[in-house]
Design a protein. Structure first.
Length: 276
């Protein structure tokens, strides 16, 4: 675990350099993540529209994993994953607080831009069954926008605990199939339980705004994204990065001997997230 923590800290350093030396390209990578997670959300809603309420969580959760798989395998910069990376980076002093704030700003805005672009294009197609199935989309978005701040933050903490665990698993497993299965199960858990993911919610609120009969307002969307982003930061930074750095200290009890892990460094495809 110590080596995995160090590898993510080094990844944070790499991401910081990328954002400085090629900010435009880095921003495009952030847009990719917003679009990829948005595709997963649209797929999940399309599969769930018209189904009985009781089976919707299982169906949406079962297909949503494509979002993180695309982010990690194809390569993209996802805000929720960056939270974990930058926390390791700060702890191991591979990046500064200024680096963290710059990365968070670029990735979050890029994710929003990619999500909004995808939602706009999807709305121009007519919106498929998502727009045509009664009040399905309205109910989905309105539930988020009517939730209290503490409810959204709590759901977001639990969500990014699972998303960052999915990325952590991907870094420690060797087999590509094992990586995908591990990620898919973690995402099934958070989606089926109704937790809140800031990047997915970017597409959700944009779909609500672009629908023929808009749901909520820009202010409502901003309130949701603000609360969920905060909760995601707590979940990724405290419950995964912070917790595993503390847990990894137990390995020091065996002395400075080399620690062998199944996969010391994340592969380049999985290193490009954020992230969950």
């Amino acid at each position: 675990m110590l080596e995995t923590c160090k590898s993510f800290a080094e990844l944070a350093r790499k991401k910081s350099r990328m954002s400085l030396h090629a900010p435009g390209a880095f921003f495009v990578g952030s847009m990719f993540a917003g679009a990829y997670v948005g595709i997963a959300l649209i797929l999940a809603l399309t599969c769930a529209a018209g189904l009985p309420v009781g089976v919707r969580p299982l169906v949406t959760g079962s297909v949503f994993g494509i979002g993180l798989i695309l982010v990690l395998l194809a390569g993209a910069e996802m805000f929720t994953g960056h939270i974990m990376y930058e926390t390791f980076g700060i702890a191991k002093r591979t990046i500064s607080l200024v680096d963290v704030l710059r990365l968070f700003a670029i990735v979050w805005i890029g994710n929003l831009a990619g999500s909004a672009l995808l939602a706009f294009l999807f709305a121009k197609t007519g919106g498929g069954v998502i727009f045509s199935t009664g009040t399905f989309l309205h109910d989905f978005v309105a539930k988020k926008e009517s939730s209290s701040f503490i409810v959204l933050v709590s759901k977001a903490i639990l969500c990014n605990w699972l998303v960052c665990l999915a990325i952590w698993l991907a870094a420690r497993l060797k087999s590509e199939v094992a990586k995908m299965l591990g990620m898919a199960w973690c995402l099934l858990a958070f989606v089926a339980c109704g937790f809140e993911h800031s990047v997915a919610d970017m597409t959700a609120v944009c779909l609500g705004l672009f629908a023929p009969t808009p749901t909520g307002s820009v202010l409502d969307a901003a309130n949701v994204l603000g609360a969920v982003s905060l909760g995601n930061m707590i979940g990724g930074a405290l419950f995964v990065a912070g917790a595993y750095m503390w847990f990894a200290r137990a390995e020091l009890a065996d002395g400075p001997a080399e620690i062998k892990e199944t996969n010391a460094l994340p592969k380049s495809g999985f290193a490009a997230a954020s992230t969950h």
